[in-house]
Design a protein around this ligand. Structure first.
Ligand code: NAP
Length: 260
């Protein structure tokens, strides 16, 4: 079994997931970098992690598929023998933004399967593994982090299926936080605002949000960076919130504040 604590990060190949992996490596975690198709990016994340002096492995798996989730957990256990932290980060946006009067069912299902069903059942699967490890005293503590979005509480009329998936994820955090506390497993929601990644790099999207910043979108009025989300996850991973579970960390420049 690995001596260092181990984090399983879904969608660790790029963007926020990579930022999380690197900040976790800085606090000493070995990391399983999951990806779905971009092996080159996953390998680049691993290379950066290893430069920080800790071990990393990649694992291709579609978190939306039950068999792939089983494979992902089995692979992590085979390589490292432990999982101390699960980060449900992998997520997708609708391929085409359609008004909610036009949303098609295929897009709705695709988004809900990846952004909501996957973290629910991966949490369930990994939690069982963590409980066994804790009861065997193979690990001292465990935590689970769900990466949601300001879309969990902010409507967008052309982004309905994404908003619903993230609102659901907020409840996933609450449910598992309440259920797993008795085992010493803490569950947190990290809620990012607008972060510079491939997901937000399309010209239309970038121009739209740049326009919003120009008129004062948030108290800290700029795009966020993946490492700023990563640092919140690293604080959780370090055990900085021992008397908290179900907590939401807003990494959004204060976007969530109501102002009058
Ligand atoms: P991104 O740059 O598009 O990266 C998405 C990551 O998820 C990639 O690593 C991708 O792997 C992986 N992925 C996608 N579908 C997957 C699947 N079915 N199974 C396994 N891995 C999968 O996205 P991001 O901006 O970093 O977003 C990361 C998370 O933060 C998402 O949950 C997103 O909803 C959330 N978020 C983003 C923002 C933002 O402004 N960017 C704001 C709030 C919340 P490959 O590299 O193999 O494609």
């Amino acid at each position: 079994m690995a001596e260092r604590k181990v984090a399983l990060v879904t969608g660790g190949s790029r963007g926020i997931g990579r930022g999380i992996c690197l900040e976790l490596a800085k606090v000493g975690y070995s990391i399983l970098v999951n990806y779905i198709e971009n092996l080159g990016a996953a390998e680049e994340t691993c290379r950066c992690i290893e430069e920080l002096g800790v071990a990393a492995e990649t694992c291709q798996a579609d978190v939306a598929a039950t068999a792939d989730r089983d494979l992902l957990v089995a692979f992590t256990m085979e390589r490292f023998g432990r999982i101390d932290l699960l980060v449900n980060n992998a997520g997708i946006a609708p391929a085409v933004r359609k008004d909610i009067l036009e949303t098609d069912e295929a897009s709705f299902d695709r988004i809900l399967y990846t952004n909501l069903r996957a973290p629910y059942f991966l949490t369930q699967r990994v939690a069982r593994e963590m409980i066994e490890l804790l009861e065997a005293r193979a690990i001292e503590s465990a935590a689970i982090v769900n990466v949601s979005s300001i879309r969990s509480f902010t409507t967008a009329r052309n982004y309905g299926e994404y908003c619903i998936s993230k609102t659901g994820l907020t409840m996933v955090t609450k449910l598992f936080a309440a259920r797993l506390a008795e085992y010493g497993i803490r569950v947190y929601e990290v809620c990012p605002g607008l972060i510079e990644t491939d997901m937000t790099s399309g010209e239309t999207v970038r121009t739209y949000y740049d326009g919003k910043f120009a008129t004062g979108l948030a108290p800290i009025n700029r795009w966020g960076k993946p490492e700023e989300v990563g640092r919140a996850v690293a604080a959780i991973a370090r055990g900085d919130f021992p008397y908290s579970t179900g907590m939401v960390l807003h990494i959004d420049g204060g976007f969530h504040l109501r102002q009058l």
